[in-house]
Design a protein around this ligand. Structure first.
Ligand code: NVA
Length: 310
């Protein structure tokens, strides 16, 4: 059966741990696995802006022995010039895997249904599972390995309905973490994602909390994470976002409520003075550049893991 990573809960708890262990191994020995030797090609498609994702997937595919074919969605116009279904049937027989950053989750699902090779979500409107694996890897490195994630508290402040919030809910609950989302009432996580995270947490010993009180989320947290207030494709106007999200800014006072030495994460790009202050993102508790590097190791592990099982 072909395996995919379309959303965070495509990996069960034991599988997520395996991927994180593999990422640690590949970080220690970058050329240890060459599942794409040939070289086999991976199609890496972007319908939204990118820097980190293009970089880390390109480098990662090369390091796994393969050939990255990066396609700008403006050229390919998937779903406009040609349906997603036809694109999947054209790509599938020629590539080893498809990595796609796009808008609707349904597009990715159609690709996965017909490509016949592993499909990896490189960010959709709904989820960003590669980023969460990189985040969990970053925390695991600091806390003593993937098994040490369970029971720890991660507080995310900002847009509770965006891809990062959804992926923290699913990926964090899968890891057995206590995930707290602080967000305004108007930006609640999708009800089905929240319900799924609660269901996962019940099996892993984690928990899920959604609150409009930033302090309540941050109190004693082991990790404090945030993200841009206006995601790609979100048409919320800048002034409106500032008014809505200012109470959720990660600043020194907020971080001071967290556990001593709490780790600060941000998937980048960051807007200093908006969702996070310069003092915090550039301060000693920030792990954001290690987190950015860990995209490489986490994604190599995902590709190697999916290819082995497909
Ligand atoms: N929520 C952000 C994540 C960027 C990596 C966005 O979708 O723009």
């Amino acid at each position: 059966m072909t395996r995919h990573l379309l959303r965070d809960d495509d990996l069960g708890p034991a599988e997520q741990r395996e991927v994180l262990e593999l990422a640690l191994r590949l970080k220690a020995d970058r050329f240890a696995l060459r599942p794409l030797a040939g070289p086999r090609t991976v199609a890496i498609l972007f319908d939204k802006p990118t820097l980190r994702t293009q970089l880390s997937f390109t480098v990662g595919v090369v390091e796994l022995g393969g050939h990255p074919m990066v396609v700008d969605g403006k050229l390919a116009q998937i779903g406009v010039r040609e349906s997603v279904a036809d694109t999947a049937r054209v790509l599938g027989p020629q590539v080893a895997a498809v990595v796609w950053r796009t808008f609707g989750q349904d597009r990715l699902e159609q690709m996965a249904a017909l490509a016949g090779v592993p499909v990896v979500n490189a960010l959709t409107d709904d989820f960003h599972p590669c980023q969460i694996l990189a985040d969990l890897l970053t925390l695991a490195e600091r806390w003593g390995g993937p098994a040490a994630l369970a029971g720890r508290t991660l507080a995310y402040l900002g847009d509770g309905g965006n891809n990062m919030a959804h992926s923290y809910l699913l990926g964090g609950a899968t890891a057995g973490m206590h995930v707290r989302i602080a967000t305004p009432d108007s930006r609640q996580p999708a009800a089905d994602v929240l319900a799924r995270a609660q269901q996962l947490a019940a099996t892993t010993g984690g928990s899920v909390l959604v609150t409009d009180d930033a302090a309540q989320a941050a109190d004693g947290a082991d990790c404090v994470a945030t993200d841009t207030w206006v995601s790609m494709g979100d048409d919320t106007d800048e002034a409106e976002a500032v008014a809505l999200f200012s109470p959720f800014q990660v600043d020194a006072a907020l971080l001071g409520r967290a556990a001593p030495g709490a780790v600060v994460l941000h998937c980048l790009p960051a807007y200093r003075g908006k969702e996070i202050t310069a003092e915090v993102i550039d301060g000693p508790q920030s792990a954001v550049f290690a987190e950015a590097e860990n995209r490489l190791h986490a994604q190599k592990a995902v590709l190697a893991w999916l290819l082995e099982r497909s």
